[in-house]
Design a protein around this ligand. Structure first.
Ligand code: PBG
Length: 335
């Protein structure tokens, strides 16, 4: 393939000699446009709580979130992803709060859209913040997460979010058949512009721990696990199968999650389908980086930007990262 020549005619270091030629041959580029900022939302006013296992990330009420949204707009970050922290009294076995049109998520969407109509709003479609057992769906007597019954509730949840003004609904539950069911129910309500970002290759990962602390589902989940619906980290072909199904069912964008340990999956998905491909640098990845930084073991800016650039090189079109705002600021200062 290459017209190989050898040392000393071929010196690979020649192109690396100056910044200008390094820049010229750079393949991947990182821009604030690539980021989606995940945020944890609380009910009430003027509330901001630290999350112990995610230093620097907070749970916040909508009034405080507005300041973050304004920052995203200013920095050129295209979208926010909203994750609600639901009070324990509002959780139950049927996850009924998930489709309450006056619930925390619909109210948050409306407030954000009123002030920042151009900021993309993404909502998580899954039941784990709303169930008392912390599973992403409705369970039967044995504790098994029931697929088809759950999909019906997910459709109601997606509809309520879309009607409140969400631009993108993002099913992160891994039930079978949910993409076509959600697409149909949105279309039946003339919500043809609402995009679906499918968490298609979502692994049963241990890197979600800090997120579950953040939304308060870890206590509920206890020693439970999600192995009957999230994917086995050992598998790669299965991820292609999942992505193919979701695209067939009408997904507009697909997601791989977690990020850093799954770069091979991003590359395979992008090569195979060429569809808009996203990756989630999850809470455990954030915690890992942050812990090293706090200990003085890693340089935060260069390590975080390197981790994000690697997603682009692997084929991702966009990245959900808790570092979105800081990374966008660093990139601006590097200009
Ligand atoms: C729930 C959901 C999870 C995350 C996003 N949506 C946790 C889970 O599946 O248990 C994890 C995100 C992160 O770790 O940052 N449907």
């Amino acid at each position: 393939m290459f017209p190989y020549s050898h040392f000393p005619q071929r010196r690979m270091r020649r192109m690396r000699h100056d910044k200008f030629s390094r820049n010229l041959m750079r393949e991947a580029h990182l821009l604030p446009n690539d980021f989606i900022y995940p945020v944890f939302v609380l009910d009430g006013k003027k509330r901001s709580e630290n999350i112990e296992s995610m230093p620097g990330v907070v749970r916040q009420s909508v009034d405080i979130l507005m300041v973050q949204a304004e920052r995203c707009m200013r920095l050129g970050i295209p979208a926010l992803a909203i994750f609600p922290v639901i009070d324990i009294e509002q959780k139950n076995l049927t996850a009924s709060e998930a489709y309450n049109p006056d619930g925390l998520v619909p109210r948050t969407i409306k407030q954000l859209k009123t002030s920042f109509p151009e900021l993309g709003i993404i909502t998580d479609i899954a039941l784990d913040p709303y169930t008392i057992h912390g599973q992403d769906g409705l369970i039967d007597q044995s504790g098994y997460v029931m697929n088809d019954e759950t999909v019906q509730v997910l459709c109601q949840q997606a509809l309520v979010h879309a009607q409140a003004g969400a631009d993108i609904v993002a099913p992160s539950d891994m039930m079978d058949g949910r993409i076509s069911a959600i697409r149909n129910s949105l279309d039946n309500h003339k919500l043809i512009h609402t995009r679906i970002l499918a968490y298609s290759a979502k692994y049963a990962s241990s890197f979600y721990g800090p997120f579950r602390d953040a939304v308060g589902s870890s206590k509920n989940l206890g020693t439970g696990n999600k192995y009957t619906y999230q994917m086995d980290p050992a598998n790669s072909d299965e991820a292609l199968w999942e992505v193919g199904l979701d695209l067939d069912e009408g997904a507009d964008m697909v997601m791989i999650k977690p990020g850093m340990p799954y770069l091979d999956i991003i590359r395979r998905v992008k090569d195979q389908f060429g569809a808009p491909t996203f990756v989630y640098q999850v809470s455990g990845e954030y915690a890992m980086l942050k812990a090293s930084v706090i200990n003085g073991w890693l340089n935060e800016e260069s390590c975080v930007l390197e981790s994000l650039l690697a997603f682009k090189r692997a084929g991702a079109d966009g990245i959900l990262t808790y570092y979105a705002v800081e990374a966008a600021e660093w990139l601006r200062n590097l200009e």
